[in-house]
Design a protein around this ligand. Structure first.
Ligand code: PYC
Length: 419
């Protein structure tokens, strides 16, 4: 398990907490300027990472991040914080592998402890068909140099003793895809670390600033309208989730996206007993145990479009039934909270990153259920695209034009759970 230095010793944290003195502001408030070189819409992980890498890697600092609520309040704060790169397609696994690499170095790079725990990621197979997909994924992963292999039920039990590998459950376990570099991160810390890094390098983060319109002259973007006034800019990047289609509509760009809620829930904390992240596509559930001892659960996206960010009783009932198939020993644990985040689903379950028919208007959207783990690499690659004007190889297959050209990416088979 990776261990990273913390910025504060326990004693200094206690002293600061008790006196509430001298907490440095992590990012500053600025007046909204009338023009910026780049405007990023969406103050989540993707928008903040893009601002950070624009400054860090390309020296572009006259940048505004516009967030209608507060930073990290959307998908970045509502996901289940899983990081992995065991995707099905070569382009998907190469892309997410770069993200794992960035996550591995992020605490040091940002000088902010993101608490990345590489405890391994296990995708269970409950039938021959899923075992075949696991083998396929393992082979694609190995070819790309990614640590990923199929393991037996006995090895599952050794790595996660709480899992029932007997033939009692309705869907007994036949094996699993084991991916040691996968794990979990403290998701808020990643958002705050990027915000701090972007701010320190000159980007302006504007919370409570809603984009109400995008100004286009001819076929070129020239600015945005906001709840705090107009801003002129030659470059606008749509880094939103949930509202990505509404923002794109403002520029006259249509995106092939439908928005679905994805629910999650967390239990009361208990002693550590579950090391890896466990995923079961057949049972539509994934679970990990946080450093605080809570179990964090997620499931499939809801089967309807909605902008709701609340949990439902139907979700809790389904989740409990499925989780107890996997781990009958936790039947007495109590759920503390549940919530939903918004997932922008594309027809091929790949993201849409790149330019659009409107010059200067870029998108980094359509992340479905993969957005959190992609934050660092998406930020890095989008920044490179905007700075150089060229499309980096790692994102070349995720362009908007693929839906017209029929060059789809087919990443559904690597989803954590069914869609
Ligand atoms: O793809 O690993 C994943 C995932 C976890 C939660 C939602 N998606």
């Amino acid at each position: 398990m990776a261990r990273y230095p913390s910025r504060y010793s326990a004693l200094s944290l206690l002293r600061k907490g008790a006196t509430r003195s001298n907490w440095p502001r992590a990012w500053r408030h600025h007046e909204l300027k009338s023009s910026y070189d780049v405007v990023i819409i969406g103050g989540g992980l993707h928008g903040l990472a893009t601002a950070y890498y624009l400054a860090r890697n390309h020296g572009i600092t006259n940048v505004a991040v516009l967030e209608k609520a507060y930073i990290g309040g959307g998908g970045s704060g509502r996901n289940t914080a899983i990081v992995r790169s065991n995707y099905l397609t070569p382009e998907g696994s190469a892309f997410y592998d770069r993200s794992v690499q960035l996550y591995e170095g992020l605490t040091e790079d940002l000088n902010f402890n993101i608490m990345f725990e590489q405890r391994g990621h296990m995708t269970l197979a409950h039938n021959d068909a899923s075992l075949r997909t696991m083998r396929w994924r393992a082979e694609v992963n190995k070819l790309g140099g990614i640590d990923s292999k199929v393991i037996s039920p006995a090895e599952v039990k050794e790595l996660a003793p709480a899992i029932d590998i007997s033939d009692r459950p309705r869907y007994p376990i036949h094996g699993a895809l084991w991916h040691p570099p996968g794990g979990i991160v403290r998701h808020d810390a990643v958002v705050w670390g990027y915000a701090r890094g972007a701010d320190a390098r000159g980007a302006h983060i504007h919370q409570g600033t809603e984009v109400t319109g995008i100004d286009v002259a001819g076929d070129r973007v020239i600015g945005v309208q906001t709840s705090h006034g107009p801003v002129a800019t030659p470059i606008v990047i749509n880094c939103t989730a949930g509202w990505s289609t509404l923002i794109a509509d403002m520029a006259g760009v249509q995106l092939p996206i439908t928005t679905r809620p994805l629910q999650a829930a967390v239990t009361e904390p208990v002693q550590p007993f579950l090391d890896p992240v466990i995923v079961s596509g057949t049972l539509h559930v994934y679970v990990s145990q946080t450093a605080r001892g809570e179990l964090v659960f997620g499931a499939s996206v809801d089967p309807y479009s909605s902008y709701s960010s609340r949990g439902s009783l139907g979700f809790t009932e389904g989740l409990a039934g499925h989780v107890l198939e996997l781990m009958p020993g936790i039947s007495k644990m109590r759920l503390l909270r549940q919530w939903a985040g918004l997932c922008d689903m594309t027809p091929d379950f790949g993201p849409i990153i790149g330019p659009t028919p409107v010059d200067g208007f870029y998108v980094d959207v359509g992340w479905g259920t993969y957005g959190f783990k992609a934050g660092p690499v998406a930020g890095e690659q989008v920044a490179a695209m905007v700075a150089t004007g060229a499309i980096p190889e790692l994102i070349a297959s995720f362009g908007l034009e693929r839906f017209e050209e029929g060059a789809l990416t087919a990443e559904k088979g690597a989803a954590a759970v069914g869609h």
